[in-house]
Design a protein around this ligand. Structure first.
Ligand code: NAI
Length: 331
């Protein structure tokens, strides 16, 4: 029996995590789900979107499956995601982006893993006004932060038999920050002779990704570029509804879909739960339950290839519940 924290989150988070839970439970793996509420819906009751009990639960269980939470733009509370990543030092975000047969997209053969630094860079939230008319935000990189994310990417590549790591940067302009990131990438690459190392400026990278994504394997990026490029990559395989993700630290890991709380379709039983289910698959692999993980992954692939039962974002008219139940049928 595993103890795992489950954060349903806001909007469609509730629906897609419910679906993922149902599928994982149906696979036969015994999990004691510790439900923890976070996000905009708990602000009135708790005075914060991220109650301490949520952090304590993840610290204790070390693993969480999380739905998206709504973050108000501009003013108000700090992003729950940024706060969780910082509190638990979840320094590496991993987003595998692989073409799924049966899902329409422009490319047939994308197989990229985006490794994003998750804590530093402009997301440290160090912003201030300088006088009345100017605002600034500090972009901060540390040697520790650069070294560990680059090493994480190479270790990931080695452990998963990937062939190439591309370090993405803008060191031609930001010579100290991105320069530090690139220096570590060049240095650490020498320790992994079996893996091809390549470096690329972020704007060129974006163009190449939309022209010929098949040529990329593992990408490693600082936080801001990683945030943008990982959504771009999700688009290459057919959208956010199918892109899974994970956040890793030394002492805890959170598995979550790439998409947000989708207020436009929330509560309508329309959301595509694939990204949440595949995040659950990543989680099962991580805890050593590869057999159950593969079983679920294959069931998802069969349903998508079958083309009969699919949610609206994939051109169908099935509900979240019907799609979930169809996957369970194939388990
Ligand atoms: P979003 O990802 O929620 O939605 C963008 C578009 O994609 C919408 O049209 C939505 O209906 C569609 N969509 C997303 N996921 C889908 C799914 N599983 N099935 C079918 N369609 C899906 O992005 P948006 O609207 O920018 O953000 C909404 C809220 O979510 C914001 O408050 C944002 O801060 C938050 N958010 C939270 C994240 C997290 O907690 N990890 C990640 C991204 C956004």
């Amino acid at each position: 029996m595993y103890n795992i924290t489950l954060i349903p989150g806001d909007g469609i988070g509730v629906e897609v995590t419910q679906s993922a839970r149902k599928v994982i439970d149906a696979s036969g793996i015994k999990i004691n789900w510790e439900i923890q509420e976070a996000g905009s819906k708990v602000i009135d009751k708790s005075g914060t979107p991220l109650p301490q009990s949520v952090i304590d639960s993840i610290r204790k269980n070390k693993i969480a499956l999380k739905g998206p939470v709504t973050t108000p733009v501009g003013k108000g509370f700090r992003s729950v995601n940024v706060a969780l990543r910082k509190e638990l030092e979840l320094y590496a975000s991993v987003r595998p982006v692989k073409t799924l047969k049966g899902v329409s997209s422009r490319f047939d053969n994308v197989d990229i893993v985006v490794v994003r630094e998750n804590i530093e860079d402009l997301y440290m939230g160090i912003e201030r006004y300088v006088g009345n008319d100017t605002a600034e935000s500090i972009k901060r990189f540390t040697k520790k932060g650069c070294e560990r994310i680059i090493r994480f990417a190479f270790e990931y590549a080695r452990n998963n038999k990937r062939k190439k790591v591309t370090a993405v940067h803008k060191a031609n302009i930001m010579k100290l920050t991105d320069g530090m990131f690139l220096d570590f990438a060049r240095k650490i690459a020498e320790e992994y002779k079996e893996i091809i190392f390549e470096e690329m400026i972020v704007d060129v990278m974006c163009m190449n990704l939309v022209l010929k994504p098949e040529q990329y394997d593992v990408l490693v990026l600082p936080n801001l570029y990683g945030d943008i490029v990982s959504d771009l990559c999700a688009g290459l395989i057919g959208g956010l509804g199918i892109a899974a993700g994970a956040n890793f630290g030394e002492n805890a890991s959170i598995f979550e879909p790439a998409h947000g709380s989708a207020p436009d379709i929330a509560g309508q039983n329309k959301a595509n739960p694939t990204a949440a289910i595949l995040s659950g698959v990543l989680m099962l692999k991580y805890i050593g339950e590869a057999e159950a993980a593969n079983k679920i992954e294959n069931a998802v692939k069969k349903v998508l290839m079958g083309q009969k039962v699919r949610t609206a974002d994939l051109g169908g008219n099935s509900t979240t519940t019907e799609f979930t139940d169809e996957i369970i049928k194939y388990l």
